[in-house]
Design a protein around this ligand. Structure first.
Ligand code: MN
Length: 163
């Protein structure tokens, strides 16, 4: 997990986005934060970001996250972002990477429902998350579509469990 790709794509004198610090080892924390930023760039999309150590694992969701059980949405893995990005809202000036407006659409906390641990589950291409946001609530899965390249994942809202 590194911010190298994120930083290379941007000129921090020209964009108000945070530069970020070098990632430290992942801290063991039960409850971590997530954010979804509505990004009106060339194509409108929703950036879904999960705190992991000093960075945010990030996916771009063209149609937005699933809000109903059983719905699947394409989520394209993008470069790790700095942790401070979870508070970023603003305008990325024209001519810069991701030019357009960014607004926080939802935020809150999540817990991994681990198979092994975050790093291993991520590498295996299957994360199960319990999300507590204002708009997103409950269990979600992120599943890599291994036959469609490493970047293409699906975000799926789990069926509600019967009590
Ligand atoms: Mn974006």
């Amino acid at each position: 997990m590194t911010l190298e790709v994120y930083q290379k794509k941007r000129t921090f004198k020209k964009t108000p986005e945070p530069k970020g610090k070098s990632p430290e080892k992942s801290q063991v924390q039960e409850t971590l934060s997530f954010v979804i930023q509505k990004h009106r760039a060339q194509n409108l999309h929703f950036d879904f970001r999960l705190e992991q150590g000093n960075i945010l694992k990030s996916w771009a969701i063209p149609k937005g996250p699933p809000l109903k059980a059983g719905i699947k949405r394409l989520a394209v893995l993008v470069e790790d972002h700095p942790l401070e990005y979870k508070n970023f809202e603003g305008t990325i000036p024209e001519g810069n990477y991701g030019a357009g407006t960014v607004e926080i659409w939802d935020k809150g906390t999540y817990k991994l429902v681990p198979r092994k641990n975050f790093k291993q589950d991520f590498e295996d291409g299957h994360l199960t998350l319990m999300i507590s946001g204002k708009k997103l609530k409950g269990e979600f899965a992120l599943v890599q579509m291994k036959n469609r390249g490493l970047k293409n994942w699906l975000m799926i809202k789990a069926e509600e469990k019967k009590k």
